[in-house]
Design a protein around this ligand. Structure first.
Ligand code: ADP
Ligand code: MG
Length: 502
């Protein structure tokens, strides 16, 4: 699915010599949620002391042999299924050879031409509510490297191998994103899917989800030619920005990099294919090394590991254990509860939110519950830095609040006050309404009395409203004030209209 003309034009960049478009493809590294490493029994976890989670395999002691962790494979298969991707019945591990001090083996065990997961796709929603599809090229399993520490001593560097051998899934997309916004929306969606699946915790601050961002620029029309023919010759030369681990940096890096490439080409130069780093303090990308090609790594099948074969029955079993995925949940929320795509999306973006909502919505006006959950509760939680899991207001209280609005006990305006009290821990909505005497006045006698008083005190306004019925609002306001906001607005309107003859 490619863009409409209007969508395309909104993303074009004006250069000195005409219009340009951005093309982005991402390689996302997601740390597999597992207790132990990909090829050893050493624990995986954050916060252990240096080199406390290192087995002899991870330290690459001579003669040590890797043993594949079945659970990590299961997680990769589960992720592949969640990305609607082809699961390859046979795949193979390969050695990617390079030297670096954080890699004691001298090679990374990865997958090369036979990855465990093949083509798939992710449906992504843009901010304006429209959708686009990102094609997934492959997902493969590989080991993470250790960590070098240079800032503990002026004369020495240290290595911490706790992370060495941890399982990563590298998820490679096709170059299907056309702006920084689309790239971040894709990673956000991918992150949501992984968290739903329970295959990666999505913690970007800890580096458990990070992306290599490939950016190129081309002239209008070229991308469509690439999509028609599949030939990369229609696209510009890409640069790869390594290890971007925040949405903000991703946006800044793409925008800076596109500008940089446009300037080079417009000055008559050529973009060099290279690996670059984003410097968040300067907001710039800078060259790290010229791009290595696959053959530089001398990939070859790892002789220590047999080809990996997964059986249909196992895949079926994993399929059966999948949770309802974000897209299905969004569609169900729209049909079952009559929610807009936007509201549904806000609610399904976290499993805990969706669960909270569904608990609160039982037997209630589902749209009203959605409004109270998204507009009031989520806004307040965000402001106070809470997750929905530790919300001071449980779903039962949102349900009770909405029930009080539905049966006319309180107006929506009073409901906001009630919510404030409930938030502050004063008890359930019912208890708060009783304690603070917030029951809505539906007693027409009391409303009539208030109206009579206001009319008597303001004869000029009573005259004026006859020619100008819009002035009714002023009276409504006065009645509300006189009744401490507790009058039933519908009743007030009806009685006012009758008495004023408008
Ligand atoms: P490598 O390992 O050499 O980086 P991969 O095949 O793993 O190669 O990843 C290449 C990534 O670059 C993919 O995400 C792909 O979509 C993206 N890509 C390829 N060509 C372009 C291009 N012209 N512009 C932007 N991204 C591109
Ligand atoms: Mg790569």
């Amino acid at each position: 699915m490619t863009d409409t003309v209007a969508e395309r034009e909104s993303k074009q960049i004006q250069g000195r010599t005409g219009l340009w478009e951005i093309v982005i493809g991402l390689e996302v590294h997601a740390q597999v949620s597992s207790k132990s490493k990909l090829f050893s029994g050493a624990a995986v976890g954050f916060g252990a002391g240096p080199n406390e989670q290192v087995s002899l395999v991870d330290a690459a002691m001579p003669g040590m042999l890797p043993v594949l962790n079945r659970f990590c494979v299961e997680q990769a298969v589960r992720t592949g299924l969640g990305l609607k991707a082809q699961i390859n019945r046979k795949s193979r591990f390969a050695r990617k050879n390079y030297f670096y001090a954080d890699l004691p083996q001298g090679y990374q065990i990865s997958q090369f031409d036979e990855p465990i997961v093949g083509e798939g796709e992710v449906e992504v929603e843009r901010e304006d509510g429209s959708f686009f599809t990102v094609r997934i090229e492959r997902l493969h399993l590989e080991q993470d490297a250790g960590k070098l520490i240079h800032d503990l001593s002026p004369t020495e560097s240290f290595v911490d191998l706790n992370r060495a051998g941890t399982a990563l899934m590298e998820i490679v997309s096709r170059p299907d994103m056309r702006s920084a916004e689309e790239a971040t929306a894709y990673v956000q969606k991918l992150r949501t899917i992984l968290i739903y699946l329970g295959t990666c915790d999505g913690d970007m601050e800890k580096g458990n989800l990070r992306a290599d961002v490939n950016v190129s620029v081309c002239r209008p029309g070229d991308y469509e030619k690439y999509r028609e023919t599949g030939s990369f010759k229609h696209l510009g030369t890409r640069c790869e920005i390594k290890n971007v681990n925040s949405f903000r940096f991703m946006r800044a890096a793409v925008e800076y990099e596109a500008r940089r490439q446009i300037e080079i080409i417009e000055d008559g130069g050529k973009v060099l294919q290279e690996t670059r780093l984003f410097d968040p303090t300067k907001g710039e990308t800078r060259s790290m090394r010229s791009k290595e090609e696959a053959h530089d790594y001398r990939y070859f099948p790892d002789p220590d590991l047999l080809p990996l074969v997964v059986e249909d029955a196992w895949i079926e079993e994993i399929k059966k254990s999948l949770p309802e995925l974000p897209d299905d949940k969004r569609r169900r929320f729209m049909s079952q509860y009559g929610l807009s795509s936007y509201d549904a999306n806000v609610l399904i973006s976290e499993q805990a939110r969706a669960d909270f909502y569904e608990k609160a919505a039982v037997g209630r006006d589902a749209k009203l519950v959605a409004n109270w959950t998204t507009n009031e509760l989520l806004a307040r939680l965000t402001k106070d830095g809470h997750d929905i899991e530790d919300s001071p207001v449980p779903p039962e209280h949102i349900a009770e609040l909405v029930a009080l609005i539905e049966d006319g006990t309180i107006s929506s305006k009073i409901a906001k006050q009630v919510f404030d009290y409930v938030w502050a821990g004063e008890g359930s909505p019912k208890a708060v309404v009783e304690k603070h005497g917030l029951v809505q006045v539906t007693d027409t006698g009391a409303i009539e009395a208030a109206i009579d008083q206001i009319m008597a005190a303001n004869p000029d306004k009573v005259e004026a409203v006859k020619d100008k019925p819009q002035a009714l609002g002023w009276f409504v306001g006065q009645v509300m004030k006189a009744t401490g906001g507790k009058a039933n607005p519908a009743a007030v309107n009806d009685i006012l209209k009758a008495k004023l003859g408008v």
